[in-house]
Design a protein around this ligand. Structure first.
Ligand SMILES: NC(=O)c1ccc[n+]([C@@H]2O[C@H](COP(=O)([O-])OP(=O)(O)OC[C@H]3O[C@@H](n4cnc5c(N)ncnc54)[C@H](O)[C@@H]3O)[C@@H](O)[C@H]2O)c1
Length: 163
C-alpha cells in the first residue's frame, strides 16, 4: 500500500487531496491543528490517520512523523496561511507566523522525509506555492514572499535530493 502525509489536510485543498489519495488506496496521514478537526477529517476517510501537529514546531513535526510510523511515498506540504494587509501594517507576529508556517513548516516536514526517501531510492515531495509567489500583489506581500522562497527552496531540494 502506498503512503502519503498531507499537511493541513483537515480542510480546504488539503482535505480534497487527502480524499483523492485515500480514494486511490493510499494510507494517508493528515497533519493539522486541533485534535477534534484532525480526528473528524481522518474518520471521514478510510485509510486515513489523523495526527495533530503545528508544522512550524520542530518538536511537533518530529513527533508527528514518528507517529505515522514510516517514511511516506509522498509528502504534500500543503499547510499554509495568508494574513492580509500592507507590509508596514502587518505585526511582527504576522511576519513570524506567515514565515514560520509557510516556509519553515514546509522545510521542517521535507527534512523529516528526505533522508529516508533517499536511502530507499524513491519518494515525492510536493510543495505548495502560489501565483503570488511569482506576481506579488498589494495586501499579500508577506504571503507572496514566503511562496517565492518556497518555490526557490523546492528547486534547491530537487537539485540536492533529486539525484
Ligand atoms: N485557496 C487558494 O486559492 C490557493 C491559491 C494558491 C495557493 N494556495 C495554497 O494552498 C494551500 C492550501 O490552501 P487552502 O486555501 O486550502 O487553505 P485553508 O485555510 O482552507 O486550509 C489550510 C489548512 O492548513 C492548516 N494549517 C494552518 N496552519 C497550520 C499549522 N501551523 N500546522 C498545521 N496545519 C496548519 C489549517 O488548519 C487548514 O486546515 C496553502 O499553502 C495556500 O497558500 C491556495
Amino acid at each position: 500500500m502506498k503512503t502519503a502525509i498531507v499537511t493541513g489536510g483537515a480542510a480546504g485543498l488539503g482535505a480534497d487531496i487527502a480524499k483523492v489519495l485515500t480514494d486511490n488506496h493510499y494510507r494517508v496521514g493528515i497533519i493539522d491543528l486541533g485534535a477534534d478537526r484532525v480526528e473528524r477529517a481522518a474518520a471521514a476517510l478510510p485509510g486515513a490517520v489523523g495526527i495533530e501537529a503545528d508544522v512550524s514546531s520542530p518538536e511537533q513535526v518530529e513527533a508527528a512523523f514518528a507517529a505515522f510510523g514510516e517514511v511516506p511515498d509522498l509528502l504534500v506540504n500543503n499547510a499554509g496561511i495568508v494574513r492580509f494587509g500592507g507590509l508596514e501594517e502587518q505585526s511582527v507576529q504576522d511576519y513570524i507566523d506567515v514565515l514560520n508556517i509557510n516556509l519553515l513548516g514546509s522545510c521542517l516536514c521535507a527534512r523529516q522525509v528526505a533522508p529516508g526517501m533517499m536511502s530507499r531510492g524513491s519518494g515525492h515531495i510536493i510543495n505548495f506555492t502560489s501565483i503570488n509567489g511569482i506576481h506579488p500583489a498589494p495586501g499579500v506581500g508577506l504571503y507572496s514572499g514566503t511562496k517565492a522562497a518556497m518555490a526557490n527552496m523546492t528547486q534547491a531540494m530537487s537539485i540536492e535530493w533529486g539525484p
